[in-house]
Design a protein around this ligand. Structure first.
Ligand code: ZN
Length: 94
């Protein structure tokens, strides 16, 4: 088991930390809601709620009126998608 940092590419802050399996489960094609809902509570969130909202909003997602839990799920899903694209993660996954 390896822990992976979920990083906001824009600000460089670490949003949270999660097992690498979560990145695999939350970044594939097609519906991913169940995986994201499963992994979100297992993330060690390090960023403040406001920073997570800014991160999600930076992707054009609506954040007004959404619960903190929903924002966290969106942040996890977006960050896992980003990580999946990086060469570093792909090397580890091979
Ligand atoms: Zn999934």
């Amino acid at each position: 088991m390896t822990l992976v940092d979920l990083i906001c590419g824009e600000s460089g802050i670490i949003l949270g930390r999660v097992e690498d399996q979560a990145v695999h489960d939350c970044s594939h094609q097609g519906p991913c809601d169940a995986d994201v809902a499963y992994w979100q509570p297992q993330v060690t969130w390090l960023a403040e709620a406001a920073a997570l909202r800014r991160y999600v909003a930076s992707y054009g997602c609506e954040v007004e009126g959404r619960s903190e839990e929903t924002i966290r799920e969106l942040a996890l899903w977006l960050a896992c998608g980003d990580l999946r694209e990086t060469a570093e993660y792909q090397d580890q996954a091979e």
